[in-house]
Design a protein around this ligand. Sequence first.
Ligand code: GAP
Length: 462
Amino acid sequence: MLSKKNVTMEKIVSLCKRRGFVFPSSEIYGGFAAIYDYGPYGVELANNIKKVWWKTMVQLREDIVGLDSAIFMHPKIWQASGHLTGFADPLVECKKCHVRLRLDHLLENIGVPADEKMTAEEIGRLFKKHEAKLKCPNCSGKSFTAVKKFNLLVKSNLGDFTDDWNKEPVYLRGETCQGIYVNYKNVLDTARVKVPFGIAQIGKAFRNEITARQFIFRTREFEQMEMQYFIEPDREMAEYEKLKKERWQFYLDLGITKENLSWQKHANLVFYAKEAYDIEYNFPFGAKELEGVHARGDYDLSQHAKFSGQDLSYTDPITKKKYLPHIAESSAGVGRTVLAVLCDAYHEEEVNGEVRTVLKLNKQLAPIKIAVFPLLKNKAELVKLAKKIYDQLKADYLCEFDDNGSIGKRYRRQDEIGTPFCITVDFDSLEKDDVTVRDRDSMKQKRVKIEELKDYFREKLQ
Ligand code: GAP
């Protein structure tokens, strides 16, 4: 058995569509740029990732509590947070085909280090210097408009029944953590927490991304898993270092290959950060950000205290010291984690002269844990027993019943969606009360007594 990764984005996108992980949004209407829908297996995979994150962040921690704040918030929040002025990407337009492009990406394409955090002046200077070498990826045009910073916040007319709503729009949140900062006092007053403590939240965020790139890596609607840790100022950097270690371990625990992960220190800091690192995954299109770990100082609470007029300081119950807590943040994307997990699990193996595609997913992430097959569809007694086993197991695991096509084909289908175990009910099962259990990775088959299946899987899928 020759195992090769051979992973490309084309293969991942095709597998996601073919097997129902991810669909382009509004496909029957021709699609909708930079938006995707999660299909039956994609939603299970994403939910399993979120479950592991919540367990690690909230359930196993005495010092972190959960929150689910609303997507719509008071518009002043985005003024206070700095997003109205500072949350912008550098945009140029191709004068030939009028496609809008991110200048930092164009510069990166020709090997010039640039990023969205540069000021308009900084990136404008790079633009002037390298303009002659830049090429539009859409039409190969070589002439562009002047660079301007384009704000990423998405506007809505929520609660405004006039035609003038654009004047004072309500924004769809650009990051989930603002809902955490504005609830910090509520949590402090109601939950049994004291500094240092954290608030964790999973939820949707929206950004008017200029260019739609790399499938679910960069989308205009996406989900974040964010945790903000409130710390005494002197302890900020120590807690931040601790958080960095924990976050690295999280990806290893998801089963991601260590060699495909790396740290990247931010050269240009985003407006709120004191120090920032990204955890990057080595995607087929290069090493790119999976999650940001940021030391945010007291920027957030001091801005919200200033704009809301509320006192957000904390008084230590023992020392009576009064201060504005500093924040260490972990901010990860669900879609990017799904993509990294899929790329990492993707394998092609040569078996008896044929290529089998298999997702070697960590068992706790696999969308379907066990598939149950009757050997033959037209033998009622096999179907009946297989159904009985399926009904017994489905209370504990997400299972799939499949009686369609040859057993080999059914195995291949389950391999492609990463199902760790397949059970086949055959004629021997009727006589001996046992079944074949086939392991996804080794493809080895084992007879297991039907009455022992529950214990067997309890051990294997722990
Ligand atoms: N609260 C800090 C914050 O939002 P960020 O680096 O802008 O920081 C954090 O975003 C994470 O959110 C990223 O590491 C990424 O996983 C995810 N993310 C950001 N923009 C995204 C987009 N357009 N599409 C998909 N995921 C995105």
